[in-house]
Design a protein around this ligand. Structure first.
Ligand SMILES: Cc1cc2nc3c(=O)[nH]c(=O)nc-3n(C[C@H](O)[C@H](O)[C@H](O)COP(=O)(O)OP(=O)(O)OC[C@H]3O[C@@H](n4cnc5c(N)ncnc54)[C@H](O)[C@@H]3O)c2cc1C
Length: 424
């Protein structure tokens, strides 16, 4: 039987291994860190926990996310649809749950709302040349949506300005447009719900790893060497493997570092994909009626000055905090930069209280620096990914959220296509 080695035990590497194993392959995974999960880890925090990465995943019955959760026996719950806001004009403005209700929202002027309603009648454009995210949204939904709503939404997902990003940063957009219009695409794809596994998001990689036959943690691949017949030798941590198929389920910069000696063209293209770092502040407070059962809020970036917004994890997952405690998670910096006042919790809390004056001082605080955590697919991303994939030698593959899209759902959908149909 041919042998496959997957480098990287984040959700991408583990889900890729899971797919291949189901298709009969013999697969081994190497993870450099002491535990699996990559950015998807749930850490204990007095009477609850905090997430280092995703707060939840978009789930829908019958989709690949549902299939994976069911197959690995992962119980989960959905908090439902919580209120959410955009901080703009110095106050928090509600974001309607359904796109048509945006017509009645104070988020945009009337002209922008009327233009938005014309979206179903805008002709579908070919994929080339690649557009920026802002240009795509301006073309389909109008300048009002692109300047008044998009920046906060994108900052909340990618911690970067929409103007510098490629439309490929959010692959769903072009997929929806291809059905005739965004409205049609969204309607056809149905409603997804945010869900959280019991015990936190970190349970997803842990359960995936339990279903795999060979996952080694604390094992970093350090060197790749070409062997005859497109086979590969991988060494690191005192271990050596010779394999037929090598899958790099790694951030682009990590894959680039490994590939330099054996595939410099691919390494150069991967090394040119930028990544964004973000500061995360977890804080506990007395619950506020308006906020405690909500998703949270994002700040319109021109008014945020480095403060991107805050989510309410204790609403998404009640196991997060002890009963009667509201837990927030505030996002700072990203590609917008971090002003001096946001270096400390006092500064972050002052910003929080600017938007929610009734919020009390935190009873407990934790800080995490997520370094190079989020890919930044800037305009030109499509060519960079294509160049990286084309220059990969036979027998080596690269899988990543920088290839499939930023969310866990994007990764799982991308992997299902990559893995191909299962034999029945
Ligand atoms: C703060 C934050 C919030 C997020 N929120 C959401 C959300 O709410 N919803 C959502 O859907 N998505 C969210 N995401 C995105 C999602 O978490 C990521 O897309 C996903 O976790 C990426 O997984 P990955 O396996 O591709 O990469 P990683 O998690 O980076 O995993 C790569 C792994 O490779 C290992 N590795 C590196 N080099 C080597 C080597 N040489 N040998 C062996 N192993 C190596 C690393 O240790 C790491 O474990 C968020 C991400 C962040 C950072």
């Amino acid at each position: 039987m041919s042998s496959t080695l997957i480098l990287g035990g984040g959700v991408t590497g583990l889900a890729a291994a899971w797919h291949l194993q189901r298709r009969g392959a013999e697969v081994e995974v190497w993870e450099a860190a002491p535990s699996v999960g990559g950015w998807m880890k749930t850490l204990p925090w007095e009477g609850g926990h905090l997430e280092t990465g995703p707060q939840g995943v978009l789930w829908q019955k019958g989709t690949v996310v549902d299939k994976v959760f069911t197959a690995i026996g992962l119980p989960f719950q959905s908090p439902g649809t919580g209120a959410r806001w955009v901080g703009k004009g110095g106050r928090l403005i509600p974001v309607p749950a359904s796109p048509p209700s945006l017509m009645f929202s104070a988020l945009m002027p009337l002209g922008a709302k009327l233009r938005m309603m014309a979206e179903p009648f805008i002709p579908v454009r070919g994929a080339e040349p690649e557009e920026s995210l802002s240009a795509f949204i301006t073309r389909r939904l109008g300048k009002g949506v692109a300047t008044e709503l998009l920046p906060a939404m994108v900052a909340g997902v990618l911690a970067a300005p929409a103007e510098v990003l490629s439309v490929d940063a959010i692959p769903k957009l072009r997929q929806w447009e291809a059905t005739g219009s965004l409205v049609n695409g969204i309607r056809k794809s149905g409603v997804s719900h945010m869900v959280v596994p019991e015990g936190g998001m970190g349970q997803l990689p842990i359960k995936l790893a339990e279903h795999l036959s060979a996952v080694h943690t604390g094992l970093r691949a350090e060197r790749l060497e070409a062997l005859p017949n497109h086979r590969w030798r991988v060494s690191g941590g005192g271990e050596v493997r010779e394999v037929d198929r090598l899958v790099l389920a790694l951030p682009a910069f990590e894959a680039s570092a490994l590939l330099w000696p054996v595939a410099p063209g691919s390494a150069a293209a991967l090394g040119s994909i930028p990544y964004t770092s973000v500061d995360l502040w977890h804080s506990r407070h007395t619950p506020l009626p308006a906020l405690k059962d909500s998703f949270g809020f994002l700040i319109h970036p021109p008014e945020g000055h480095g403060y991107l917004g805050s989510l309410v994890p204790s609403w998404m997952d009640p196991q997060t905090a002890p009963a009667g405690v509201m837990q927030l998670r505030s996002f700072i910096g990203g590609a917008f930069g971090k002003p001096a006042d946001l270096e400390t919790w006092e500064g972050v809390q002052t910003r929080l209280q600017h938007w929610i004056p009734a919020l009390d001082a935190a009873s407990a605080v934790r800080h995490e620096f997520a370094e190079n955590a989020i890919p930044r697919p800037e305009l030109g991303h499509r060519a960079r990914v294509a160049a990286a994939l084309e220059a990969l030698p036979t027998g080596i593959e690269w899988l990543s959220n920088a290839r499939f899209g930023p969310g866990v759902r994007d990764i799982l959908e991308g992997l299902e296509v990559w893995a191909g149909p299962e034999a029945h």
